[in-house]
Design a protein around this ligand. Structure first.
Ligand SMILES: Cc1ncc(COP(=O)(O)O)c(C=O)c1O
Length: 387
């Protein structure tokens, strides 16, 4: 549960800084103008010129033959899985902390009828390549499913927006090719990865057969993701999108915002990365004994803050940050999110200005100080939490 101010809205001078996720970013004025003026048609008939333009430009940027505009990242991943794993005895391999495994409602099994074999995600979003080799199952034993797809996530959400090293991607590609298995990248935030690595995004996409990215996260568009790959893959993906109910008609209104996103919102992602590092550094400089960030892991727009669970749960901190008490000197409701009891997360996006960042830091400092005082009273000797 979250409070905007003090739960009842009794504190009129409080402001809210919402860092739960980048999906809450609103369309820019340029996007709104582009949407109003979009030329549209029926996209199921292949007659929407704005959608066609977005797909063409996206494919070109990713260095792939073709692309498809879909409703969401979840749909893009599910379509990719359904196309790559068309046989009934197929299996995919994915990280145990991947979005496709943890947060897409088991879509691969529920809808695609595909089982997932898991590899332990390391802190940097990668997994061990020897373990990958061990997990691959070829068509040699009638008892076993057959591996058809490896999924990698870049940037890695639950690993704090970590960027996958290009050398590692090249090795995943080599191993998969050796066994004739395709690789799909859940690149919901791959533009953040490209900006961090200072490479064109095609340099990342070249290591995978198919890739998706979201227009509606850090890029600020209201709706939509792009799925890209070969011409034959996209032709099949188009059919699968239709059966999932994802054929959309005058979708050019949304594609128009997507075009602004790829033209104007990619280069500025470095501002979000700078803001993320600033907040992470401030958390550590607050000297908190309860919360800590491993600064080496802060690469893009996501920061995972580790909490000493023996003292307090991350959820309690999230609630305190969102609350403004009448006696508080800092009148900021800071909204953050938490999925695991030992971590909470902040995510930056374009509407979070320097001023918002300062307000967030003030609020975090206030709460860290309060928690340290509370727990120091209980035990004189407190060790610094390890990352
Ligand atoms: C890494 C990753 N993949 C996929 C998705 C799903 O995107 P959507 O919310 O558009 O379905 C998300 C959403 O946060 C994500 O973080």
């Amino acid at each position: 549960m979250y409070w905007t101010v003090n739960g009842n809205g009794h504190i009129p001078d409080a402001i809210t800084v919402d860092l739960r996720t980048d999906t809450i970013s609103q369309p820019t004025q340029d996007m709104r103008d582009a949407m109003v003026n979009a030329v549209v048609g029926d996209d199921v008939y292949g007659e929407d010129p704005t959608v066609a333009e977005l797909e063409r430009r996206s494919a070109e940027m990713l260095g792939k033959e073709d692309a498809l505009f879909v409703v969401s990242g979840t749909m893009a991943n599910l379509i990719a899985i359904m196309v790559h794993c068309s046989r009934r005895d197929g299996e995919i391999i994915a990280g145990d902390n991947s979005h496709t495994f943890r947060f897409e409602q088991g879509g691969p099994s529920q809808i695609a009828g595909v089982q997932t074999a898991l590899l332990r995600n390391r802190e940097d979003g990668t997994f061990d390549l020897d373990e990958l080799r061990d997990k691959i199952r070829v068509d040699s034993d009638i008892h076993e499913p057959i591996t058809q797809l490896v999924i990698v996530e870049n940037t890695h959400n639950m690993c704090g927006g970590k960027v996958l090293p290009l050398e590692w991607l090249a090795q995943v590609q080599n191993i998969s090719r050796e066994y004739g298995i395709k690789v799909h990248m859940d690149g919901a935030r791959v533009m953040n990865a490209a900006v961090y690595q200072k490479v064109p995004v095609a340099e990342i996409a070249k290591y995978v057969d198919t890739i998706c990215f979201c227009l509606s996260k850090g890029l600020g568009a209201p709706v939509g993701s792009i799925l890209a790959g070969s011409k034959s893959f996209i032709a099949k993906a188009n059919r699968v999108r239709k059966v999932l109910g994802g054929g959309w008609r005058q979708a050019g209104f949304l594609a128009a915002a997507g075009l602004v996103a790829i033209d104007k919102m990619i280069n500025r992602l470095e501002v979000d990365h700078r803001h993320a590092l600033k907040i992470a550094t401030a958390i550590n400089e607050s000297g908190s004994k309860i919360c800590r960030v491993n600064l080496a892991t802060v690469q893009t727009n996501i920061v995972m803050i580790k909490v000493d669970r023996s003292k307090i749960s991350a959820r309690e901190i999230v609630e305190r940050l969102a609350t403004v008490l009448p006696q508080d000197s800092v009148r900021v409701s800071l909204r953050t999110s938490c999925r695991d009891p030992g971590f909470f997360r902040i995510v930056l996006y374009w509407e979070i200005t320097e001023e918002c960042v300062r307000a967030a830091i003030d609020k975090i400092s206030l709460v860290m100080k309060e928690l340290d005082e509370k727990f120091t009273k209980r035990s004189d000797k407190m060790d610094m939490i390890e990352c």
